[in-house]
Design a protein around this ligand. Structure first.
Ligand code: ADP
Ligand code: ADP
Ligand code: ZN
Length: 213
């Protein structure tokens, strides 16, 4: 899943994972868990996350490489929030090549800038399972509690406006070049993200099923 912060990558990745019965691999979720558990890696990542910067490539790649060694990825997987730099994308190709695997599609969610800010301000995430909600567009059934696991919903510390601005800058500089990278590999699927969550999900599934034929 590719797209600016707040575009809906996590939301859509989760729905795809359910639809295709494959795991969702979210580097952001992995980092937030490590921060919560106060692991050495979490402590390092936190410095970058709090300031809205990308975590250094070697840390991220190590984590993804380890995750892709787990047996549950054999039937496929959704990468959410990775890769985010050209270097990460190149390393991912190498990692998958070694396993005789490849990327089927890169879903690029496009969203208008003013809509993005609104998505950030209403975002609430589950402390425990990482599920993402929105106070207006995707409210949980019980206010403040996760539908999936019942745990508490919180505001992400990096969703504060100043940090969001930095994250959007990081995206433009380091992640946006991946659009061309995957276009040149004929893997890019552009998705209009300015629709409801269910409409966006449907267009992604339609595109993926179309690709299969
Ligand atoms: P969002 O999709 O809203 O930007 P994520 O949960 O994907 O948020 O990421 C949160 C933070 O975790 C990022 O701002 C960055 O600091 C770190 N992070 C997540 N994935 C990566 C990655 N692939 N490379 C570098 N940093 C990452
Ligand atoms: P990302 O992982 O790209 O940072 P999220 O999936 O966390 O983005 O979505 C950001 C916020 O926007 C969340 O509060 C989510 O509930 C909400 N959201 C996601 N998709 C849509 C949509 N199509 N319309 C309205 N709100 C959305
Ligand atoms: Zn939860």
């Amino acid at each position: 899943m590719l797209g600016p912060p707040g575009a809906g990558k996590g939301t859509q990745a989760r729905k795809l994972a359910e639809e295709f019965h494959i795991p969702q691999i979210s580097t952001g979720d992995i980092f937030r868990k490590a921060v919560q558990d106060n692991t050495p890696m979490g402590k390092k990542a936190k410095e970058y996350m709090d300031s809205g910067m990308l975590v250094p490539d070697d840390i991220v790649i190590g984590i993804v490489e380890e995750r892709l060694d787990q047996p549950d990825v054999n039937a496929g997987f959704v990468l959410d929030g990775f890769p985010r730099t050209l270097y990460q994308a190149e390393r991912l190709e190498q990692i998958l090549q070694k396993k005789a695997r490849g990327i089927d599609a890169v879903i690029n969610i496009r969203v208008r800038r003013d809509a993005i800010i609104e998505r950030f301000t209403g975002r609430r995430v589950c402390k425990s399972c990482g599920a993402s909600y929105h106070v207006k567009y995707n409210p949980p059934r019980r206010p403040g509690l996760c539908d999936a696991c019942g745990n508490e919903l919180v505001i992400r510390p990096d969703d504060e406006l100043e940090t969001v601005k930095k994250r959007l800058e990081e995206y433009e500089q380091k992640t946006a070049p991946l659009i061309e990278f995957y276009q040149s590999r004929r893997l890019l699927i552009d998705i209009d993200g300015d629709k409801t969550i269910d409409e966006v999900h449907k267009s992604i599934v339609d595109m993926l099923r179309g690709e299969e034929k």
